[in-house]
Design a protein around this ligand. Structure first.
Ligand code: PAF
Length: 296
């Protein structure tokens, strides 16, 4: 069990990566905001499967939080996170300060227009600008060959891949599958905010997604009907405030015309008390064949 080398400074981070790259090592990064759980550790394993060294960043990024969101109370527990990473053979934990990541303040940003106003973007204006701004900085600081993200944040992964292609970053975007608790709740650092009653009600999201998956398997292909089945399953439950439930083509984040076909993203967001949770299922549909799938 080797604790990863902790680097807080962008210059030192760049020097470490340059040296590793000059020795021909392939670098994989897993960007995170910390409070690591099994979902993050599974992404570390995905990175390790195609890279010589794995680096994890832990940075609670202020620019992706809106006013009144949980930036201040977001869990910060570097010591525990380093211990979790020690068991996974991670070489470096990059945990910079806000001043390191935003040396000229938070105004200079990288924006990707594609997809930023859909789904989560509708209720969190500016959120994806914050994500692309910090991820581009992480790429410049950490100089990875590969970056691994969780499919749970499906829209985020699509927008980051788009940014990587648009800005010609020489980085491969790779996805890791959603990791769930035994009862189906998607793992999230925010699950710790839930009290026992909210934790129980949080299953409404995964159950609504499963309900739509069952309808797909039963042959339903009408995007509007699938969406209303999901909306119905997410609505009308005390203590669950639905934000959206959508059945969309991941290529456009808009519904398929007429009937769903090919890749399908079924995604939802809801608030349980003050805690906002998201979840999704992805399917590949070919005729009668319906299979769970990765987004890319
Ligand atoms: O998914 C997250 O934890 C964050 O949005 C990310 C990608 C680390 C950027 O801050």
């Amino acid at each position: 069990m080797n604790t990863p080398l902790l680097i807080n400074n962008t210059g030192k981070m760049q020097a470490w990566s340059e040296s590793a790259r000059s020795r021909g090592l392939r670098l994989g990064i897993v960007p995170t905001m910390g409070k690591l759980h099994e979902g993050h550790l599974s992404l570390v394993r995905v990175a390790a499967s195609s890279c010589d060294r794995v680096l994890v960043s832990i940075f609670v990024n202020p620019t992706q939080f809106g006013p009144g969101e949980d930036y201040e109370k977001y869990p910060r527990c570097l010591e525990a996170d380093l211990n979790a990473l020690a068991g996974e053979g991670v070489s470096v934990c990059f945990a910079p300060s806000v001043a390191e990541m935003y040396p000229h303040g938070q105004a200079d940003n990288l924006t990707v227009e594609w997809g930023k106003k859909a789904l989560c973007g509708a209720g969190r204006p500016g959120h994806f600008d914050g994500v692309t701004s910090v991820v581009s900085r992480l790429y410049n600081a950490m100089q990875p060959h590969v970056a691994v993200y969780g499919q749970k944040d499906a829209q985020q992964a699509l927008i980051i891949r788009r940014m990587t292609e648009s800005m010609l970053f020489p980085v491969k975007t790779v996805l890791g599958a959603i990791v769930r608790e035994r009862d189906g709740l998607a793992m999230s650092s925010r699950n710790i905010y839930l009290d026992p009653a909210e934790r129980e009600r949080a299953l409404t999201l995964s159950r609504a997604l499963t309900r739509v998956g069952e309808s797909l398997r039963a042959g339903e292909r009408d995007p509007g009907r699938l969406q209303s089945i999901g909306n119905g399953a997410l609505s009308g439950i005390d203590g669950v405030e639905p934000e959206y439930f959508v059945v969309v083509d991941p290529a456009t984040l808009a519904p398929h015309e007429n009937k769903v076909d090919g890749l399908l993203l079924i995604a939802c967001a809801a608030k349980l008390g003050k805690t906002r949770l998201i979840d999704n299922h992805v399917y590949r549909i070919q005729g009668d064949d319906v299979r769970e799938s990765m987004l890319f």
